[in-house]
Design a protein around this ligand. Structure first.
Ligand SMILES: C[S@@+](CC[C@H](N)C(=O)[O-])C[C@H]1O[C@@H](n2cnc3c(N)ncnc32)[C@H](O)[C@@H]1O
Length: 201
């Protein structure tokens, strides 16, 4: 299958589609630990989706009863209500209680910092990242200053291929995974510890 003329072009703006099941597993566990009211202000700054695929975090949050969710993305073909560059546009939104997404991996630090700046005191920033995001010299200082409160490691590898996909001459079968482990990292604004509580879900 060619990567042109199709519903899912993952290389555009680092567009991957996160399946809803691991998001649900994470949220159910997280919400059993931290109590969040259903009308809290939530932002998904890179919500994804297109004409064929839903915005997964929005769908799961909505199914869990959350009702005050802002959804944004830089892509014009995203289903997000606000089309914006989260890193460079001035947000006229207020501050949020929870910012949650699967960000473009190569911009993850920038997304986390910006999200923390737009988060209320004691609010949360949740990002789906590779587990080895912890292990890098270049991020050591960041973690020294911004240790997440929790890390929820997905024991089942996540597939970002809802259909067969060909990229750079390599064919990825629907449902296939690579050898990368993923985790939902949870920062709490003004939480200052030098350790992180880890759950395997
Ligand atoms: C890895 S995909 C994840 C999409 C969705 N959150 C999901 O989990 O399926 C990253 C998303 O970030 C969006 N994006 C990339 N750069 C962005 C930016 N500067 N501001 C807002 N969205 C951005 C892309 O268009 C893409 O939809």
């Amino acid at each position: 299958m060619s990567s042109t003329n199709r519903g899912y072009q993952r290389h555009v703006s680092d567009f991957y589609i996160t399946p809803q099941e691991p998001i649900k597993q994470f949220l159910e566990k997280f919400l059993s630990i931290e109590t969040l009211k259903q009308d809290i202000k939530i932002l998904d700054p890179c919500a994804g989706g297109n004409e064929k695929y839903d915005m997964p975090y929005f769908k799961v949050l909505e199914s869990l009863g959350f009702n005050n969710i802002r959804i944004a993305d830089i892509r014009e073909d995203s289903q997000a209500r606000f089309k914006l560059d989260f890193l460079n546009d001035v947000l006229d939104f207020e501050y949020f209680d929870l910012t949650i997404s699967n960000p473009p991996f190569n911009l993850a630090i920038e997304f986390i910092n910006k999200a923390l700046n737009n988060t209320k005191n004691n609010g949360f920033v949740v990002m789906l990242l590779r587990l080895n995001f912890f292990g890098s010299q270049s991020r050591k200082k960041f973690f020294a200053e911004n240790m997440p409160k929790y890390c929820f490691v997905h024991s089942k590898r996540i597939s970002f291929f809802p259909e067969d996909f060909e990229l750079d001459g390599k064919v990825y079968k629907k449902g296939s995974t690579d050898s990368i482990e993923y985790a939902h990292f949870v920062w709490q604004k003004n939480y200052k510890q030098d350790y992180c509580k880890t759950y395997v879900i």
